[in-house]
Ligand binder design. Structure first.
Ligand SMILES: C[S@@+](CC[C@H](N)C(=O)[O-])C[C@H]1O[C@@H](n2cnc3c(N)ncnc32)[C@H](O)[C@@H]1O
Length: 224
């Protein structure tokens, strides 16, 4: 089910707006959240002078984990949905975390954020909800926005490699729609990452869950 903001459609966090208040509980219950978020945190390794952008930050769970791991880092959370941003802001405030939140889509980084010294971009559980051309334009925008040596980290439903995972992933596909989710299940993300210019594209981990497998990808712009 798509929703609209500023005349653009998007899929809300749990497929439908009325389900947004249940998002955090649903993700914790169904996705082995602690396993993949901890692994993602390890990959991102937030520290020191990092300025990190979270594309499709949703209710701000990854931001909270990154800030808890390294309070001195700067973080910007971007999401088109004003409803999840209210939850994300409350989560950050309740933990005493200073975070900037911006309403916008992942392919409008330059317009929404202007020039910033962002050196890492993260995104979790977003691309399976984005149409194929939006996956590409968002990954292109991430590549264009990062400086040389900048890094991108994604956790999302990736290639569903076994009949069991393909079957279990249908739960997510029924919620978020088959058209946007199927390219992820067919393994499109690493291909697009390479196409738009990223190097060192790796699928670092695959976490099987009761709603399909979640892959962790890392990539970088240029040499390190
Ligand atoms: C399943 S939620 C994931 C939220 C959060 N990243 C997490 O790990 O829990 C997907 C989020 O992506 C946002 N979203 C959908 N389309 C988007 C787009 N084109 N660009 C950026 N965010 C988008 C939705 O509003 C939603 O908050």
């Amino acid at each position: 089910m798509t929703s609209e903001t500023e005349d653009r459609a998007y899929v809300p966090a749990l497929g439908q707006h009325w389900m947004t208040p249940f998002y955090d509980a649903a993700i914790a219950l169904t996705t082995r959240e602690a396993t993949w978020r901890t692994a993602l945190l390890g990959l991102v390794d937030p520290h020191g002078e990092d300025v990190i952008l979270d594309i499709g930050c949703g209710t701000g769970s990854l931001i909270a984990a990154m800030k808890a791991a390294s309070p001195e880092i700067q973080i910007v959370g971007l999401d088109p949905d004003p409803e999840v941003l209210v939850i994300a802001k409350a989560k950050a405030r309740s933990r005493g975390h200073k975070v900037e939140f911006v309403q916008g889509f992942g392919d409008e980084l330059a317009e929404k954020l202007g020039a910033r010294a962002i050196n890492k971009i993260v995104s979790s559980l977003v691309f399976h909800q984005v149409p194929l051309d939006g996956k590409r334009s968002t990954l292109q925008a991430a590549f264009d926005y990062l400086p040389e040596g900048g890094q991108l980290f994604i956790a999302d439903f990736g290639e569903q490699r076994t009949p069991l995972m393909r079957f279990l992933f249908k739960t997510v596909q029924r919620l978020d729609g088959f058209e946007f989710t199927q390219p992820n299940a067919d393994g499109c993300l690493p291909i697009i990452l390479t196409d738009v210019g990223f190097s060192a594209v790796q699928e670092a981990l695959v976490v099987p869950t009761i709603v399909g497998s979640i892959s962790l990808y890392s990539a970088q712009k240029g040499g390190m």
